[in-house]
Design a protein around this ligand. Structure first.
Ligand code: HEC
Ligand code: HEC
Ligand code: HEC
Ligand code: HEC
Ligand code: HEC
Length: 186
């Protein structure tokens, strides 16, 4: 049961975050650890208000769109894209056109304007991080971002503080060397 495993891992990360949560992270102390019996996890106050009420539960869950359908890796693979209106309009030119959120989306598309999505997971610039390095070693999106496909709104439910990185690096025998993640000696 992959799902069960992922959930217990999440619980582990969440309980770890309680002890290791850092003062400067904007998120509230971590959400109660989900148990497999819970089918609904309330959105904590730390989920930012997005310009369009986009739901991963609808798109990645119900419709089962693969993450990469919207989050295309950059050429270097270090970052992944956050989609803009043109990607959404492939469907919403004709689908759910009466929905107020979709109408807002269509207005962005028509004006050729950038949707100002509010970032949820973001590291300070002095940290080196690459998606490609991690995906190449069998990490899953869920390990670092939680059960995204079950969420209506994204919040920072997994710990990407230094302690969070170190915890997994210790478990998976990856580098704990300061210089792996920082260029401290400039
Ligand atoms: C593969 C097709 C597809 C793509 C691509 C797609 N959507 Fe949707 N979207 C749907 C379907 C299907 C629904 C459900 C419509 C319904 O319930 O009537 C939906 C519903 C919605 C709703 C209505 C609210 C809700 O949850 O019911 C919003 C808002 C929305 N999508 C925004 C977006 C945005 C923003 C993007 C791009 C980031 C996007 N969609 C990409 C198919 C798509
Ligand atoms: C239909 C397009 C679509 C699909 C499919 C999709 N996403 Fe997203 N994703 C978005 C949009 C739009 C945002 C920005 C709005 C938000 O945060 O909800 C986003 C935001 C995110 C963020 C927060 C990024 C940040 O730092 O602000 C994460 C993490 C994420 N998605 C992971 C995933 C994962 C994992 C999957 C697959 C299970 C997935 N997404 C599938 C469109 C999509
Ligand atoms: C090892 C942990 C880890 C894994 C695995 C991971 N992410 Fe991330 N993700 C992060 C971190 C850390 C950030 C913040 C990066 C930054 O700000 O430089 C991030 C940022 C993002 C963003 C915002 C855009 C960006 O690139 O900064 C999206 C979208 C996202 N991740 C989606 C995904 C998807 C989809 C997957 C699976 C294909 C995934 N992530 C796998 C840790 C991870
Ligand atoms: C889910 C587990 C996991 C998490 C969480 C995680 N990492 Fe990693 N990381 C790995 C693994 C596994 C490797 C690959 C080790 C190898 O190449 O032998 C790795 C490799 C790296 C590397 C390359 C190291 C080298 O020797 O070149 C960097 C840099 C890195 N991670 C940064 C981060 C940062 C920053 C964070 C937190 C924001 C983070 N990682 C969170 C598992 C993780
Ligand atoms: C696996 C990746 C990783 C390794 C290894 C690592 N760090 Fe960090 N470090 C981070 C991340 C991620 C942050 C940013 C935390 C945040 O934004 O909450 C950080 C933040 C910091 C900060 C700023 C602290 C703060 O509160 O803002 C310092 C100083 C620092 N690290 C020093 C070190 C030293 C010294 C080492 C070696 C013992 C080290 N780091 C090893 C990932 C790492």
């Amino acid at each position: 049961m992959g799902a069960l495993k992922a959930i217990s891992l999440l619980a582990l990360i969440a309980s770890f975050a309680l002890t290791a949560s850092q003062a400067q992270t904007a998120s509230k102390p971590s959400a109660p650890a989900p148990t497999p019996a819970q089918s609904f996890v309330p959105v904590p106050a730390s989920a930012p208000e997005q310009p369009i009420p986009f739901s991963h539960k609808q798109h990645a869950g119900k419709l089962q769109l693969p993450c990469e359908f919207c989050h295309t890796p950059s050429r270097s693979g270090e970052t992944v894209a956050i989609p803009q209106a043109a990607a959404c309009m492939q469907c919403h030119q004709t689908m759910a056109t009466n929905n107020p959120g979709v109408q807002k989306l269509a207005a962005y598309a028509k004006a050729n304007a950038t949707i100002p999505w509010v970032r949820v997971y973001e590291l300070p610039s002095f940290v080196t991080f690459s998606h490609k390095v991690h995906m190449g070693h069998g990490s899953t999106c869920q390990e670092c971002h939680g059960e995204v496909a079950q969420r209506d709104r994204i919040y920072k439910e997994a710990d990407i503080s230094m302690a969070g990185c170190m915890n997994c690096h210790r478990t998976k025998k990856a580098s704990l060397d300061c210089n792996a993640c920082h260029t401290l000696d400039q």
